[in-house]
Write a protein that binds this ligand. Structure first.
Ligand SMILES: Cc1ncc(C[n+]2csc(CCOP(=O)(O)OP(=O)(O)O)c2C)c(N)n1
Length: 582
């Protein structure tokens, strides 16, 4: 693997330049990582990355941390197959205390690490870095509730950029807004902060922070985090490295648990990203420009998400009972237009998948037709609500599972391969997958007619407007294939004698009569699906050869690279079938 020599970074600007250089070629999570450069530098300065434990929440903002902890030399390989991951991963570096791709868990993991340290009697510091949207996640709240009981010493860095992927929703965002926008408080605070910044002696810092606490309670009266056993320090300017280091030193020296509230700007240092942080949250390759003009991050072709969004708007025009729900993923799941057209029928619940599904159950029980749009990997959070609140009462909730299948460069935390396996066992639930845009419309209409729950799954990437059927006339082998991999099954059938193809439009219940007829005629059954083999369609139909993702976590790489590496491209599949059946 080609690497650049490890280098030393003197300034945040150098790190940002390197980040831009690589992300503009490889794509990645830019705006959040640009905003967290000084946080990463301060953490690397004040703590020992190889000994102290830093847990990033979500982890998409940790590129600077990667560069500063021994991975700058390999940073060019970011998100590339066999290169470094876009998210923290302990298998990649000891400086990554935990895997981090799903939001809201950092505080829990950090509490566990701190409690383990307390029990062993060692002295490493444990720090959770968490965004203002991720801290409002239910798991974060459970951890806050447990914080004082779990340990006496954990450090939380709250990276508040006042943004989720889009504008955050909910009361907690408002609370944080009040904390950082009390004008009177800020004026006093910044004077106090300057004084504190100039003071290098610990006892003087103590006086400064004693004063700060009084200022806070005097002017703001906000003791929210202190009720949870966390001393509150802040708000601190997250792009002032000196102030950040000072605050972290105070947090480190304090015997109690501390939350340092840091205010940053998403996209900091790259004006197009500062101007439109939502667009620059996650980007494909782009051309770097220095003006505020849009520099045209790669625009993808029409996606499955957009096809879904358009179909939903059409349906909602006709049926006023239809409402749409997202857990902080309006932009990724194609719901922008719905949100604009029907603001009263649109619910962005924040990063709260469990709440979203149970909330949808309530909406359905109340007579509406809720349509949830959620990435496969994040729906995993809410499997219990799907079972308990939706399937058991058999409510008409439509769950549109986006990014179902391997997603590519985001890697193991984000591959959407487990949804069929997790959901197929749930009674009352219908699971289907469209083959093209026209089919998406039909399946959505069918789902909204049903008086029970439906899952419609579709992958990341471009949507074909129409996949022409090719059934083949073979009588030896029946290939059962789902949605996006149907076209691949047609390619296989064209190159292997004796095949015909079944479009398994409904995965549950599948067409048992057809299967029985094929079995009775002595046909071999082969399944091809963009999901895990364990628990997938192939298992359901008892296929003789099952093509899908194996029982391992699928790393990052492009979708096509991964398909060939795992023998799931049309040529490899055809070869395997020929080698088994001649
Ligand atoms: C459980 C879960 N749901 C959704 C996401 C998708 N997601 C990635 S980042 C993000 C927003 C995070 O906002 P914040 O915590 O404020 O961090 P920022 O990006 O602003 O630094 C979301 C919703 C996720 N990673 N995990």
């Amino acid at each position: 693997m080609k690497t650049t020599a490890e280098r030393h970074f003197d300034s945040p600007a150098q790190i940002r330049n390197r980040m831009l250089e690589v992300v503009s070629k490889n794509g990645g999570h830019l705006a959040s990582s640009l905003g967290a450069v000084e946080i990463a530098m301060a953490l690397a300065n004040v703590f020992k990355p190889d000994k102290d434990r830093v847990v990033w929440d979500v982890g998409h903002q940790a590129y600077a941390w990667k560069m500063l902890t021994g991975r700058d030399g390999r940073f060019d390989t970011l998100r590339k197959i066999d290169g470094i991951s876009g998210f923290p991963n302990p298998a990649e570096s000891p400086a990554d205390a935990a895997v981090a791709g799903h939001a809201g868990v950092a505080l829990s993991v950090a509490l566990g690490l701190a409690a383990a340290r307390d029990s062993k009697g060692t002295d490493e510091h444990v720090i959770a870095v968490i965004g203002d949207a991720a801290i409002a996640n239910g798991v974060s709240f459970e951890a806050l509730n447990n914080c004082a009981a779990a340990t006496t010493k954990v450090i939380v860095v709250l990276n508040d950029n006042e943004m989720s992927i889009s504008r955050p929703t909910g009361s907690f965002a408002r609370l944080l807004g009040r904390l950082i926008s009390g004008v009177r408080y800020n004026r006093v605070k910044s004077a106090a902060e300057k004084a504190g910044h100039a003071l290098k002696l610990t006892f003087l810092r103590g006086i400064y922070h004693g004063l700060e606490t009084r200022v806070k309670s005097l002017f703001l009266g906000n003791r929210f985090f202190e009720q949870f056993g966390l001393r509150y320090i802040g708000p601190i300017d997250g792009h002032d490295l000196g102030a950040l280091c000072d605050a972290l030193i105070v947090a480190k020296e304090d015997k109690r648990s501390v939350l340092v509230h840091v205010v940053t700007k998403k996209g900091h240092g790259y004006s197009p990203a500062e101007k439109d942080p939502t667009k620059w949250h996650g980007v494909g390759p782009f051309k770097i420009v220095q003006s505020e003009e849009d520099c045209g991050a790669t625009t993808a072709k029409r996606s499955w998400s957009k096809a879904f969004g358009d179909a939903l708007v059409e349906t909602a025009n006709k049926d006023t009972r239809v409402v749409a729900l997202t857990a902080a993923m309006k932009d990724g799941t194609g719901l922008e237009e719905f949100a604009e057209r029907f603001p009263k029928r649109f619910f962005d619940v924040g990063i709260a998948e469990e709440h979203m599904v149970a909330f949808a159950a309530g909406l359905a029980a109340g007579g509406l037709r809720p349509v949830i749009s959620v990435y496969s990997t994040f729906l995993q959070r809410a499997v219990d609500q799907v079972m308990h609140d939706v399937c058991l009462p058999n409510l008409p909730v439509v769950i549109c599972v986006d990014r179902a299948g391997v997603v590519g460069a985001d890697g193991a935390t984000h591959q959407g391969v487990f949804d069929i396996a997790m959901l197929r066992c749930l009674p009352n639930l219908v699971i289907c997958q469209p083959k093209d845009e026209a089919d998406m419309r039909l399946l959505l209409a069918e789902a909204l007619e049903r008086n029970g729950p439906t899952v419609i799954r579709y992958p990341r990437g471009g949507v074909p407007s129409r996949v022409e059927p090719f059934e083949g006339s073979g009588e030896k082998i029946a290939i059962w294939a789902t949605g996006d991999w149907l076209a691949k099954a047609y390619d296989v059938a064209r190159s292997v004698d004796g095949c015909n193809v079944v479009h398994a439009r409904y995965i549950k219940p599948f067409d048992a009569e057809l299967l029985a007829r094929q079995r009775a005629a002595g046909m071999k059954i082969v399944s091809i699906e963009n999901g895990s083999v364990a628990g997938g369609l192939g298992e359901a139909i008892g296929a003789d050869i099952k093509f899908g993702w194996p029982d391992s976590f699928i790393p990052h790489g492009s979708q096509t690279e991964l398909e060939s590496r795992f023998g799931l491209d049309a040529v490899s599949i055809a070869e395997k079938i020929r080698s088994v059946y001649g």
